[in-house]
Design a protein around this ligand. Structure first.
Ligand code: ZN
Length: 231
C-alpha cells in the first residue's frame, strides 16, 4: 500500500486504484477514513506503521459509504474496540456483510463503458459489522479540529462526504465524484439525479483541497473546480 502525505498530518493510503486516508491527530490518536477491501487490512496496518504509528493508536474509523472497497477491512481494523461510524442509510449493507450491485452507470460515455468493463455483477462479501456511531448530515466529529458530515446520497443512499475544517478546508469526497482522468462523476450511482444534486450541494461549500476514493487529490481551488464541473 503506497503511503503519501497529502497535507501535514494527513496521509493517503493507495492500493490498486483504491484510496483510504489517515489523519494523525497526535496524542488524540489516528482517524481512518475508509478501509479498502477485506484483503487490505494488512496493508493498512503496515501503512500505519510506515508513518511511525501503530494500529492500537487508531481511535476512529469513518466510512463514507457501504461498498466493499471502502468498508471491507473496517471490522478487522476495529478489532471490536475502535468505533466504526457510518450513515444509517447504508447500515443494512454493513450488517449483511454482502454487497450486490445496485448501481447504474454514471453520466458520460466513458462512465458507461467503464461501468460495463469493471463492475462486478456477482455479490461481494466482507466481514459484517454493526456500525457503532450513526453519521448524520451536519454532525461535527470532534477530530483534529472538527470534521463536518455532509450527507451526499446518490452513489449510495447513505453516502457522506466529510469536510475537515483544517486550513482552508479539505473535503473527503468518497465516491460522490472521482478524479481519475480529471474531476468527473463517479462510474456508478444508485440514483443518478440524486448524485448530481449532491454534487451541486458540495459545489456550494468552501474547501481548498479535495481527496477521493478513486483518483488523485486536488490541492488548491477545489471547490471552484467542483463549481465549474458540476453546476
Ligand atoms: Zn463506491
Amino acid at each position: 500500500m503506497g503511503v503519501k502525505e497529502v497535507v501535514s498530518g494527513m496521509y493517503q493510503l493507495s492500493n490498486g486504484g483504491i484510496n483510504a486516508f489517515l489523519i494523525d491527530d497526535g496524542d488524540a490518536g489516528l482517524t481512518l477514513i475508509d478501509s479498502g477491501y477485506p484483503k487490505d487490512a494488512e496493508a493498512i496496518t503496515e501503512g500505519i506503521r510506515e508513518i511511525g504509528r501503530d494500529l492500537s493508536d487508531l481511535t476512529n474509523i469513518l466510512i463514507t459509504h457501504a461498498h466493499p472497497d471502502h468498508l471491507g477491512s473496517a471490522k478487522q481494523l476495529s478489532g471490536g474496540t475502535t468505533p466504526i461510524s457510518l450513515h444509517p442509510g447504508d447500515a443494512d449493507i454493513a450488517k449483511a456483510g454482502v454487497y450486490q450491485l445496485t448501481m447504474k452507470p454514471g453520466p458520460g460515455i466513458l462512465n458507461g463503458v467503464m461501468f460495463r468493463l469493471v463492475m462486478r455483477k456477482k455479490p461481494s462479501e466482507f466481514p459484517a459489522f454493526q456500525p457503532d456511531i450513526d453519521l448524520k448530515d451536519g454532525d461535527v466529529i470532534d477530530v483534529a479540529g472538527g470534521i463536518e458530515v455532509i450527507h451526499t446520497p446518490g452513489h449510495t443512499a447513505g453516502h457522506v462526504a466529510l469536510l475537515w475544517k483544517k486550513d482552508a478546508g479539505l473535503l473527503f469526497v468518497g465516491d460522490a465524484a472521482a478524479n481519475l482522468a480529471g474531476l468527473n462523476y463517479m462510474i456508478g450511482y444508485d440514483d443518478v439525479p440524486e448524485g448530481k444534486e449532491s454534487l451541486t450541494k458540495l459545489s456550494g461549500l468552501d474547501f481548498e483541497a479535495a481527496v477521493f476514493g478513486h483518483g488523485k487529490p486536488i490541492l488548491s481551488g477545489a471547490s471552484d473546480k467542483f463549481g465549474a464541473k458540476f453546476t
